[in-house]
Design a protein around this ligand. Structure first.
Ligand code: PMP
Length: 457
């Protein structure tokens, strides 16, 4: 039987048989989810959680059209791509139609990591070079080749800007907007400049759209398109939302790169990639995005949510920055706006307290102080209002505990604070009414949070 074990039994079996480095969310009191629909998940008691985390369930959890497309195709045929099948070619054609013309050749694989690993192989073969430039705090996947270029995992030294002294560059890889790195939005024009340097050095530009693609940024279907029409990557990788939870992913590149990969003489075969079921599901996802105008929803609800969060910034000193595009938004919590001291413990506290109110949100970035919004794309105005209302209450509470009050600071026009009160080394205001000794500026956390372990999503 599945799905009806006592919760403690599930925990015990997991401890016994599942690799201990596979972490659960909220490890001191994990959530057991048994079903989900749209932007809501339900636990074993049928209590409803609002999901602000799950960018994989892109068109909504268990969307009936996607489920039906997969089930129907499973009933009929599932096999590898060595047989001709219309789903494969029609899906490739549909995906291509969302991209600039020269990105026309697809490789279907099964996860974001597989997609990025293949992207590296394409780049190595095409350029004959080996080195990869990656951004600070980047994360591109869990296989060996990608751990090497994912400083988010190991805080290795990374080159943030391509240097003209580098001559053996195979590729520059970056997320079109950085997610695990803390919801960072590159300035418009940055990718064009990088691409110019990288191509001059004989390398290619890989855009990782695993987290941010498929209309999430609202104004465009792909994150890299925010840079302007004059920017076209050489390779684009896709994952997570592509199958709404079905394990599938894709690498799309130019004819030139694909021909060069072919010229190595080595066949590329992937047992599950591009099977008729995955392609049917991928097609259904594209249909739903279109039919329900989810890109439009990301734009409108995303702008509304950003506006609500901007309002929070006006009222809460803990809010250092609000940044995002569409339904990809970061709320950067700081203990001091001028020094930008990360409010790591406070961010953890916010997500734990939200969980108590049945709202799922995560904190990420190098200091784990950025609250990340990347909900299913059917997120509504009411959902946005609810989560912001709860965050508002929690921040008020936290600021009271910390002795951080807006009345003691004047917000200057550029958003920096000018304090009337002296502040300590953490930038915390000590009210001059003699009560400063009562403030230790610590936030009580559940014991397992002291390890500050990162729970990646
Ligand atoms: N690229 C990015 C930007 C990611 O965020 C992730 C996963 N978090 C991956 C690649 C790897 O994808 P997967 O876990 O499907 O292998």
């Amino acid at each position: 039987a599945t799905g009806n074990l006592d919760k403690q039994k599930t925990i015990d079996l997991r401890k016994k048989h599942v690799g201990p480095s596979c972490k659960v969310f909220f490890s001191h009191d994990p959530i057991k989810i048994v079903r989900a629909r749209g932007q809501y998940m339900y636990n074993e008691k049928d209590e409803k959680y609002l999901d602000c985390i799950n960018n994989v369930a892109h068109v909504g959890h268990c969307h009936p059209d996607v489920v039906e497309a997969g089930a129907k195709q499973m009933e009929l045929l599932n096999t590898n791509s060595r047989f001709l099948h219309d789903n494969l070619v029609l899906y490739a054609q549909r995906l291509q139609a969302t991209l600039p013309e020269k990105l026309s050749v697809c490789y279907f694989v099964n996860s974001g990591s597989e997609a990025n690993d293949l992207a590296l192989r394409l780049a190595w073969q095409y350029t004959g070079h080996k080195d990869i430039i990656t951004l600070e705090n980047a994360y591109h996947g869990h296989v060996s080749s990608l751990i090497d270029i994912s400083p988010y995992k190991f805080h290795q030294m990374a080159v943030a800007e391509p240097s003209q002294h580098v001559h053996v560059i195979a590729a520059f890889i970056a997320e079109s907007l950085q997610s695990c790195g803390g919801q960072v939005i590159p300035p418009v024009g940055y990718f064009q400049k990088v691409a110019q340097h990288v191509r001059n050095a004989g390398g290619v530009f890989i855009a990782d759209e695993v987290q941010v693609g498929f209309g999430r940024v609202g104004t465009h279907f792909w994150g890299f398109q925010l840079q302007g029409e004059d920017f076209v990557p050489d390779i684009v990788t896709m994952g997570k939302p592509i199958g709404n939870g079905h394990p599938m992913s894709c690498v799309i590149t130019t004819r030139e790169v694909a021909e060069s990969f072919m010229s190595s003489g080595m066949e590329y075969f992937n047992t599950f990639g591009g099977n008729p079921v995955s392609c049917a599901i991928g097609l259904a996802v594209l249909d739903v995005i279109e039919k329900e105008d989810l890109q439009g929803n990301a734009l409108h609800i995303g702008s509304y949510l950003t506006q609500l969060l901007d309002d929070l910034k006006k009222r809460h000193l803990l809010v250092g920055d609000v940044r995002g595009r569409g339904l990809f938004i970061g709320l950067d919590l700081v203990r001091n706006r001028d020094k930008r001291t990360p409010a790591t413990a406070e961010a953890q506290d916010v997500i734990y307290r939200l969980k108590e109110q049945r709202i799922l949100l995560s904190a990420d970035g190098p200091h784990r102080n950025v609250l990340k919004f990347k909900p299913p794309m059917c997120f509504s105005r009411e959902d946005a209002e609810l989560v912001v209302e709860k965050i508002d209450q929690i921040l008020t509470d936290l600021e009271k505990t910390l002795g951080l009050q807006m009345s003691e600071a004047v917000i200057s026009e550029n958003g920096h604070t000018k304090r009337k009160e002296p502040s300590d080394e953490n930038g915390l205001v000590h009210p001059s009414n003699g009560s400063s000794h009562s403030h230790k500026h610590t936030v009580t956390l559940p014991h397992d949070k002291k390890t500050n372990k990162r729970q990646k999503t």
